[in-house]
Design a protein around this ligand. Structure first.
Ligand code: HEC
Ligand code: HEC
Length: 293
């Protein structure tokens, strides 16, 4: 056989093998079944502090139907609409099992085994504790069922092809849990920042394919809505004359150290999220962020 032909066949075979491996590798990991019993009250609080309500409820509607589908999320890849996650058996997640919910939330895998788009922050939620997942599920099963589905996403080619997410995830995204120890204030703060509050979804810089890049929490220009989110590591906040105490109060009421109020999507993060956390959690977030140099 001619040498060039050998190379040709070898390269073709390699390309086909990589393609097949990527297409047939299951999305996410299999984790042991969750055995904890969900607590509805804790779950209701988490639905707010973790941002589920804000993304999955269109509060621009006159009569906002809680969890029946979100407002338009415009991104560089097109428009996303967070789906209906009410207890509806037809349009929502009323007939889902806890295992299916876990796979969606922590593994980014839908019931057909396909990947969700990372506009759904499962890459942050991958490290949610078993108890928190069980609580969220219990609370969602108690929501008022709305049988109307949310609008479908309007994405540009090639982003509208869900299969394209597989190579993306293979290249950029692990769904392994960070297993964050929450027994210290700093650990609790890290869990609230990286997982529940998913602060990095807006404050981490991303590459042109939407994957997180360094520096951690270093600020991002292209977040949904077109605003930019500044760096929030302690060293950067100190340069802007923030103290740890300023941050604790900011997370409760949105007031900046100069007396102005924050704007953009951060308003929602505070209104539904950090302001509803206990004071000790706001302190933990501040302590963690100020430990980052
Ligand atoms: C930043 C916005 C955002 C936040 C915050 C968010 N979601 Fe979503 N969620 C989405 C989008 C967008 C999708 C659809 C993704 C897709 O189609 O690939 C989605 C999909 C889902 C699905 C799958 C529904 C289905 O029909 O397949 C579930 C379940 C879900 N989210 C639950 C939650 C829960 C619980 C929380 C809070 C812990 C949450 N989401 C927070 C945007 C968000
Ligand atoms: C949905 C996107 C989004 C998420 C999630 C988010 N932020 Fe923000 N944040 C922003 C935007 C946008 C701004 C800038 C707002 C402005 O310019 O008025 C901001 C501003 C801030 C500021 C003010 C910085 C300054 O100097 O003005 C702090 C502090 C902050 N965010 C902390 C956090 C923390 C802590 C979390 C997680 C609990 C978080 N953010 C989650 C979008 C987000």
């Amino acid at each position: 056989m001619r040498p060039w032909l050998k190379w040709f066949i070898a390269i073709d075979t390699a390309i086909v093998a990589i393609f097949l491996a990527v297409v047939f590798t299951p999305v996410g990991e299999q984790r042991p079944a969750i055995e904890q019993i969900g607590d509805v009250a804790r779950g209701q609080t988490l639905l707010n502090t973790a941002g589920c309500f804000a993304c999955h409820t269109d509060t621009t509607e006159d009569a906002a139907l809680a969890f029946a589908g979100g407002p338009r999320l415009d991104t560089p890849f097109g428009d996303f609409y967070a789906p209906n996650i009410t207890a509806s058996k037809t349009a929502g997640i009323g007939n889902w099992s806890l295992a299916e919910f876990e796979a969606a939330l922590r593994q980014g895998r839908n019931r057909q085994g396909q990947s969700y788009y990372p506009a759904f922050p499962f890459l942050s939620y991958r490290s949610l504790s078993d108890q928190d997942v069980a609580d969220l599920f219990a609370a969602l099963q108690k929501t008022t069922a709305v049988d109307q589905p949310a609008p479908s996403h309007q994405l540009a080619f090639p982003y509208n092809i869900r299969l394209g997410l597989k190579p993306w995830r293979w290249l950029f995204a692990s769904t392994q849990s960070l297993n964050i120890d929450q027994s210290t204030a700093i650990g609790r703060g890290r869990y609230l920042v990286d997982v529940v509050g998913h602060c990095g979804e807006c404050h981490n810089p991303r590459n042109s394919l939407g994957a997180f890049i360094a520096p951690y929490l270093g600020g991002s220009r292209d977040i949904p809505g077109g605003l930019s989110a500044p760096s929030i590591v302690g060293a950067a906040l100190e340069r802007m004359d923030w103290t740890e105490e300023d941050l604790v109060y900011f997370l409760a009421d949105g007031m900046l150290p100069d007396g102005d109020f924050v704007g953009g999507s951060m308003v929602e993060v505070i209104e539904h999220g950090t302001s509803r956390m206990p004071e000790s959690d706001r302190r933990a977030i501040a302590e963690y962020l100020f430990s980052l140099r």
